[in-house]
Design a binder for this molecule. Structure first.
Ligand code: ADP
Ligand code: MG
Length: 700
């Protein structure tokens, strides 16, 4: 039975070798399976007719009934154009052809009733349909009632060869005709019955040729469910397997260092969310399996401190820890703030980055091997093979989205017998649906509370005409001793121009605020110069920092309370949110001011409105995902999970995803290695799937 879908499409009537080649080249469609899983992206209801008087050029495809009054042909040869004047009781419209004119002239008849289908356009004052589909009313009436016609994406090359959506539709109709009775089920019968799902065959047939909206909905549901379910099954099966295979260290003791820090050194009370998360992690590092946990928390929610507490736990249990950050600046910042927290405690903490001098580096290597260093902070330099620990028990990764899965895995191997626990921290809030998929193999802890005393940042959106007001406001704030960031966009295609913008902005600011010291950082500067400009701002020697997004991640200057973002319409939502997170770190009221030109598109407008409305990173992430699509969200590219979802949409199908995940969890809880007869189909799926094939077959 499987053989049917494995056949090559060149053998499908109406395709042939030439079209098959094109379909493969353009869409990578090779087999019947590939083709039948190439779903329409929209449907047109072919039962709906418009009156000609209702038509306007902004309509998508429309269908009208009427007759041809007369033909007119202008030009000759390749320039020839044929116009048919088409009318109904309410008005008339022109039908236009540039090709196939001879055929149209010979076959179309005056005063015969036609059904015409096409996309209206406007030419001067006249409405027309270019290259419409034509059928006589009799032909139309022979079709089944309530037919929805599927529309398929095609490419320019395909259109040039007349392989358009309509042709694909025809090919699909041929295929589903042949497919009847030949497509086997992929989900366990009990599951199909319990969820009242359409069979796979019925769904695949219906998705190309639904007869009504209810059918379409059922078929879509089944196919989305299946797509998401198999992803979840795969992720969760691997997770089960990993937990079984990899033992984990026990951090049993809550000892001297943890307690001493908590009672004597911790400068403030932990927030409830921090306590909750520390508890979750403590359970996790004491189960005998490797922890793989994602720690999510908005900027400034105090993730670093949580990481530090767990590192102390590691030390109390005789283990070393490392913390890996994506950039040199961040690694240094972590090193400084953690060193400060640990001042007075007898703990050796060191920094290792790409710019660590060879001699120092050698010393670090030795001290790591001997176990003298208990906490190592660094960048990618930590991953290098020469970095050998005595007994690495905990790996903390900050800002996960910059590291790929492969790099995570490399850190695991730093302890040969048992892999260290892994805690991944991210300030980029990830929508729940995405977390379930991209990080579906990780457990998730969320810090959903900011330390007390923080005043929510006030965000405003100004158009250019309020520049004067903005400057007044900045002047007042400077007088009060506040520090200000002013961020300009930097977009790679026009780097030169952006740099000019930045430099002009810098000049403008120095002119408006002659009494203030203004610094500048951008990505084209030498790291050392950038660093010293940042340090000067941090020490309060400069009051205004004009910058590009290089300051986006993690920089901590509590006295900076104002973030001005220029041309804010050019930034993505998560980027705006990250930038805003640079302020609001101290006790004073902070402000974020979004400057934009008047001309902004509707999506930009929604982004700016969202920023003004909420400070909640998760809410912002949801909007962001709906706007950009999940594939664009940071982290998904490196996740290792293909995002070529054919039908499900992580932005919209959260409920189906949750259901799919719950079902997968239930099934694996009941039958962890899928040995039961009723799960035979699922087992064979996992055994045949690229990602799970090897590792799965080794346990069952
Ligand atoms: P994140 O890494 O989540 O963005 P940080 O760990 O850098 O946040 O914390 C932001 C700031 O808040 C730091 O200056 C930190 O010392 C401080 N902080 C952390 N936890 C608390 C708390 N419970 N109460 C008060 N301040 C806190
Ligand atoms: Mg941080």
């Amino acid at each position: 039975m499987a053989a049917f879908l494995d056949q090559e499409i060149k053998y499908l009537p109406g395709v042939g070798p030439k079209r098959a080649e094109l379909l493969y080249k353009e869409l990578k469609l090779k087999t019947f399976r590939d083709l039948i899983y190439y779903f329409p992206y929209k449907y047109i209801d072919r039962t709906k007719f418009y009156f000609i008087s209702e038509i306007h050029a902004q309509m998508p495809y429309i269908q009208v009934k009427g007759k041809i009054r007369s033909f007119e042909s202008v030009g000759a040869g390749r320039k020839e154009r044929l116009t048919a004047y088409f009318y109904d009781n309410t008005g008339s419209i022109e039908l236009i052809w540039f090709r196939g004119i001879k055929w149209q002239k010979e076959n179309l008849k005056l005063n015969k009733e036609y059904v015409v289908f096409g996309k209206p356009s406007q030419f001067g004052k006249r409405l027309n349909l270019v290259h419409p589909e034509m059928e006589t009313l009799e032909e139309q009436q022979l079709k089944p009632a309530g037919l929805f016609q599927g529309y398929y994406h095609t490419t320019e090359n395909m259109k040039k060869s007349f392989l358009n959506s309509r042709t694909i539709n025809k090919i699909q109709l041929t295929l589903i005709q042949l497919a009847k009775g030949k497509i086997g089920e992929t989900l366990p019968a009990r599951l199909v019955a319990r969820l009242k799902l359409y069979s796979l065959e019925k769904s695949l047939i219906t998705i190309h040729k639904p007869e009504n909206t209810i059918e379409l909905k059922n078929a879509t549901f089944r196919l989305k469910f299946e797509e998401l379910f198999f992803i979840q099954l795969k992720i969760l099966a691997l997770k089960h397997k990993r937990e079984k295979k990899f033992k984990g260290f026990y951090f049993k003791k809550v000892g001297y260092n943890f307690n001493k820090f908590y009672t004597d050194f911790l400068p403030f009370e932990l927030t409830g969310a921090q306590k909750k998360v520390i508890k979750e992690i403590r359970v996790d590092v004491n189960r005998g399996t490797q922890m793989n946990r994602l720690l999510q928390g908005d900027v400034g929610s105090g993730k670093t401190l949580v990481a530090l507490m767990i590192m102390l736990l590691a030390i109390d249990n005789g283990f070393q820890s490392c913390l890996m950050a994506p950039t040199e600046i961040l690694a240094q910042q972590h090193f400084q703030s953690l060193s400060k927290f640990l001042e007075g405690m007898n703990i050796r903490i060191e920094l290792l980055t790409g710019s660590t001098k060879a001699k120092v580096r050698k010393g670090l290597h030795t001290a790591l091997k001997s176990g003298e260093i208990q906490v190592l902070i660094g960048t990618h330099a930590l991953i290098e093979d020469v970095v050998v620990f005595k007994n690495l028990g905990l790996v903390v990764i900050d800002e996960q989205h910059r590291f790929g899965v492969a790099q995570r895995a490399k850190l695991w191997k730093k302890n040969e017998l048992i892999p260290p626990h892994v805690l991944v921290m991210t300030a980029t809030p990830i929508p729940r649906t995405l977390a379930m998929t991209v990080y579906g193999d990780l457990d998730v802890s969320v810090i959903d509370e900011l330390p007390p005393g923080r005043k929510p940042i006030q965000t405003m959106h100004f158009f250019e005409n309020k520049r004067g007001q903005l400057n007044n406001f900045l002047g007042q704030q400077l007088a009060k001793g506040a520090q200000i960031y002013i961020v300009f966009p930097l977009i790679s295609e026009s780097e030169k121009m952006d740099l000019k913008n930045l430099e002009e902005g810098y000049r403008h600011i120095t002119e408006v605020f002659p009494d203030s010291k203004v610094g500048m950082v951008h990505g084209k500067m030498k790291p050392a110069i950038k660093e010293s400009a940042m340090q000067a701002f941090k020490r309060g020697e400069t009051q205004i920092m004009v910058a590009t997004t290089v300051i986006e991640v993690g920089v901590d200057v509590p006295n900076a309370t104002i973030m001005v973002i220029e041309s804010a319409e050019r930034f993505g939502l998560s980027q705006l949110h990250q930038l805003r997170g640079r302020v609001g770190r101290g006790a004073n009221q902070s402000y974020c001011i979004l400057m934009s030109s008047y001309k902004i598109g509707s999506e930009s407008k929604l982004r700016l409105e969202t920023m003004v409305r909420t400070n909640d990173g998760f809410e912002i992430a949801e909007v962001d995902m709906k706007l950009r699509g999940p594939g664009e969200i940071d982290g998904t590219q490196q996740s290792g999970i293909g995002f070529d979802l054919k039908i499900a949409n992580l932005g919209k199908d959260g409920e189906i995803l949750q259901l799919a995940r719950n079902v997968a969890i239930d099934i694996l809880d009941d039958d962890p290695v899928l040995q039961k007869e009723e799960n035979r189909l699922l087992l064979s799926y996992l055994m045949s799937s690229k990602e799970t094939k090897f590792s799965w077959s080794s346990i069952s």
